[in-house]
Design a protein around this ligand. Structure first.
Ligand SMILES: Nc1ncnc2c1ncn2[C@@H]1O[C@H](COP(=O)(O)OP(=O)(O)OP(=O)(O)O)[C@@H](O)[C@H]1O
Ligand SMILES: [Mg+2]
Length: 496
């Protein structure tokens, strides 16, 4: 029996196409007989580029060069017309690998194929490439036919929606991915001219319905797919907007706070200046009125007038005190305090006032709260202003709820003061923390209460916000730091 090796050599020789085996240095090792037709000399050991093409260096587009670079089979296609048929001449090469995986030799052979097959092959490859491109997109990609049957559903679409790819392709309809009739609205917009051109929808923010029922905002770029001008499908690229919207909201809040803080700072300086100017003449008025009052011969009506003057001067002094406090000109001492006790004490002072008689007070004070780091006088002031506002808003009738809590691993304390008053209209809400803003009748409110509350909270490195619903009530939520040393504050922090 002939040896296997011999048989292999004969098989190469007998191959009825041009087949050449070369070394990595492009030297011919062996060929099929077909190559040798018309050649009389021994070509083994000659370089293929010199022998066949008369070139001193390897041909630029030689597939063998590509094989050496990539270690993968490679092909060079040259379209030709032969006997009036469109054909493609293909020069195909693949590596012969040694046991140590080094390229030992390269096989090159050429053959012709009808052009169509090659095109089909190319099409298959580019389809696979496009498919991969879509599947691995960082955007969610969903395509559906006219009836809403899902045709394409990539990994990211699965991640955002919570549906598996298999589930989406077999049981899901595109309408199930949007709440209510949103899918219908999207299609109507897609078919209209107004959103990025007919058949297109650009950066459209819309609600998306996840498998678990959660509705999330997405940004959608969608288009209709046409075939011979007939609409056959739609395709959408989208991403989850939650993080982006959250960041925008935080940024807006920070900007508002900054603006408010700036306003406060300049008004604070002004207020402090005015307060100091008023303080001296006020002292004089009080002192001299008291001196005149000491005169025994004073007629009774003059005495009454003087008492009025004293009273009014006292009111002026109180306002000046508030202004100074607002401008943070008073000395403050931040120490650890029991927040629940501070709330109880404030309530004790207020409860007996007539305005609180018909107000039901509910306390939901969390036990075991860590101490709050605060100037106790300012804390009383803060609570009092907000509770009084609530009582005013309810016009002495309703329910006042005071709640305490902690968050952020006991680093911050939360105080929520809610009333069942009329709520705050949006246009009013934008101004409530501004100094001298009031909706109360002249003489009833100075409009300093909440601006003072704001500057106290700010001074304690806390936060204050309002949640209000018209006709239902208002909640003021205050965040304060605990007296935890890790907060970076010394408990005996004293500042001017
Ligand atoms: N709980 C609340 N419900 C409805 N509106 C409120 C509430 N708290 C405050 N407001 C609105 O905010 C405005 C400003 O409040 P702020 O405490 O600064 O001033 P004021 O209460 O009007 O006067 P004062 O200086 O006497 O406190 C109020 O006039 C009111 O319109
Ligand atoms: Mg007030």
């Amino acid at each position: 029996m002939e040896s296997q090796e011999n048989l292999k050599c004969k098989a190469i020789e007998a191959f009825r196409k041009k087949l050449v085996i070369i070394s990595p240095e492009y030297k011919i090792l062996t060929t099929s007989k077909y190559v040798l037709e018309g050649i009389n000399e021994n070509i083994t050991g000659k370089r293929c580029h010199e022998l066949f093409f008369g070139r001193p260096v390897p041909c630029e587009d030689c597939p063998a060069t590509e094989v050496m670079r990539t270690r993968e089979p490679s092909a060079l296609y040259v379209p030709k017309t032969h006997d009036k048929r469109d054909i493609i001449q293909c020069l195909y090469s693949y590596p012969i690998l040694a046991e140590d995986n080094q390229i030992e030799g390269l096989v090159i052979f050429d053959f012709e194929v009808p052009a169509l097959e090659i095109l089909e092959d190319k099409l298959r490859r580019s389809n696979a490439f496009l498919r991969n491109l879509i599947l691995s997109s960082v955007d969610g990609v969903i395509a559906a036919d006219r009836k809403g049957k899902i045709l394409i559903f990539n990994d990211m679409a699965s991640k955002i929606s919570g549906y598996s790819i298999h589930e989406a392709l077999t049981t899901l309809n595109i309408r199930d991915l949007y709440p209510g009739n949103t899918a219908f609205k999207i299609m109507r917009k897609l078919r209209s001219e107004e959103f990025g051109g007919k058949g297109k929808l650009k950066s459209y923010q819309v609600d998306f319905l996840r498998k678990n029922g959660e509705v999330i905002p997405i940004s959608l770029n969608a288009s209709l797919v046409y075939e011979s001008e007939k609409e056959i499908a739609s395709i959408g690229f989208f991403h989850d907007l939650r993080e982006e919207l959250e960041m925008k909201k935080e940024l807006k809040e920070a900007q508002t706070q900054l603006l408010q803080a700036e306003k406060m700072a300049s008004l604070g300086k002004l207020a402090a200046g005015v307060a100091h100017q008023i303080n001296n003449p006020l002292g004089g008025i009080t002192l001299f009125t008291q001196l005149v009052l000491e005169d025994y011969d004073l007629p009774e009506n003059a005495r009454d007038d003087l008492k009025r003057i004293l009273e009014d001067a006292k009111r002026c002094r109180d306002t000046v005190k508030e202004l100074l406090e607002f401008a943070r000109q008073t000395r403050q001492e931040k120490q650890p305090h029991d927040l629940n006790q501070a709330i109880n004490r404030t309530l004790f002072l207020l409860e007996n006032q007539t305005i609180f008689h018909d107000i039901q007070i509910e306390k939901k004070l969390a036990p075991g709260l860590p101490p709050v780091l605060a100037d106790i006088q300012q804390l009383y002031h803060l609570l009092m202003n907000i509770i009084l506002n609530a009582a005013d808003a309810m016009e002495g009738q309703g329910k006042l709820t005071l709640q305490t809590d902690f968050c952020d691993n006991k680093k911050r304390l939360l105080i929520t003061i809610s009333d069942t008053g009329p709520g705050i209209p949006e246009d009013v809400k934008a101004h409530i923390f501004e100094p001298f803003f009031t909706t109360k009748e002249p003489g009833k409110g100075t409009g300093l209460g909440l601006s003072l509350a704001y500057s106290i909270v700010e001074n304690h490195r806390g936060k204050i916000y309002t949640v209000s619903s018209l006709g239902k009530g208002t909640s003021f939520i205050i965040e304060l730091l605990t007296a935890d040393i890790k907060n970076g504050e010394k408990s005996d922090d004293k500042s001017q």
